[in-house]
Design a protein around this ligand. Structure first.
Ligand SMILES: [Ca+2]
Ligand SMILES: [Ca+2]
Ligand SMILES: [Ca+2]
Ligand SMILES: [Ca+2]
Length: 336
């Protein structure tokens, strides 16, 4: 089955036991229910007997939530894309699976301007060979309106997507089918029906993988991930930030990292027009890896500790030294 929207069932227990213990619990927990009802917190699990996971979460304009990820419990085989719509109290309102016999995993979801959803990830069930980008468009109830595979003979993985101002979509990830060698950043733009309008690869001879994509305030794009082609090179992965214009032409790029491994996973454009990247670092950590947050300016530059910053301290120290020397001179002169 290609697309299913089954009803989620709670894991079963004998009805009588549930009735007895349920009644006792209700009596015992009345004070707690009143307390919990007054707060806005809750926790819920969603899934079946096999492995199921959430990889993306958005809050909807109506205040509910949409989870995207994968399910091995439901669907057509191995992992399938899984969307779960949740109300404000954590109740699953509907869920849909999308996929075929092989592994299909959703990494990113957005609510679209028509109140539907666009989902990006990869599919091993369909496409041109290996894994391919898989872009799915649904209505507001999760019913699939169209889907597109994008890729070549190698493995191609989509991790992030945005809706463009003309109602199209731009998807980022990495490709082994095209580019300069091994994995390359891959940025693909489509029209509102998922037809590819342009695509660009960025990378060198070694592995380069984009994870996060931002539609920038100037209409261009910023992508972040890791590179082994640039920076410290092979087996010493660095954060790699690539800035492009609105057609994916690279404007500038920067690597950030040290002599060991750094992976950049999350990217935002900050309110001052700069960028911030979160990921992890082995080079600049106490033990093992540390979370690493890097803030840079509009050109991707981390401001250095420049001379003008230390100039006031230098002047204060010099003047203090001169004043001290003068006091000593007067002291010696007075003693003679
Ligand atoms: Ca599948
Ligand atoms: Ca492929
Ligand atoms: Ca490469
Ligand atoms: Ca590194």
């Amino acid at each position: 089955m290609f697309c299913r929207c089954p009803k989620l069932k709670k894991n079963g227990a004998p009805f009588i036991l549930l009735l007895v213990f349920g009644s006792l619990l209700v009596l015992l927990m009345v004070p707690f229910v009143v307390f919990v009802g007054a707060s806005s917190g809750w926790s819920e699990t969603y899934g079946g007997i096999n492995a199921d996971g959430g990889l993306a979460l958005i809050q909807k304009s109506d205040g509910g939530y949409l989870l995207a990820g994968y399910t091995r419990s439901f669907g057509a085989g191995k992992e399938d894309f899984w969307l779960v719509k949740i109300d404000l109290s954590g109740n699953a309102q509907w869920n849909c699976t999308y996929g075929g016999a092989e592994s299909d995993i959703a990494f990113s979801v957005i609510e679209t301007s028509d109140n539907g959803y666009a989902v990006a990830g990869y599919t091993g069930s369909f496409g041109a060979g290996g894994d391919d980008f898989w872009l799915i468009k649904t209505d507001s109830s999760g019913n699939m309106q169209w889907n597109k595979t994008i890729g070549g003979a190698g493995d191609d993985y989509a991790f992030s997507l945005v809706e463009t101002s003309d109602g199209g979509y731009t998807v980022a990830g990495y490709t082994r089918s095209y580019g300069a060698g091994k994995d390359d950043f891959w940025l693909v733009n489509t029209d509102s029906s998922g037809r590819v309008e342009w695509n660009q690869t960025y990378g060198g001879w070694d592995d380069d993988g984009a994870i996060s994509l931002v539609l920038c305030s100037d209409g261009g794009y910023a992508l972040v991930g890791m590179t082994e082609s640039f920076g410290y090179g092979s087996d010493r992965d660095d954060f790699w930030l690539v800035k492009t214009d609105s057609f994916g032409n690279m404007e500038w790029n920067h690597t950030y990292g040290g002599t060991i491994r750094e992976y950049g996973f999350c990217l935002i454009q900050t309110s001052d027009g700069g960028y911030a990247i979160a990921g992890y670092t082995y080079s600049i950590s106490a033990v093992n890896s540390d979370l690493w947050l890097v803030k840079m300016d509009k050109q991707g530059v981390i401001p250095e500790f420049t001379l003008w910053m230390i100039l006031p301290f230098f002047l204060i120290i010099t003047l203090s030294a001169l004043a001290a020397k003068k006091r000593i001179f007067y002291h010696i002169h007075a003693c003679v």
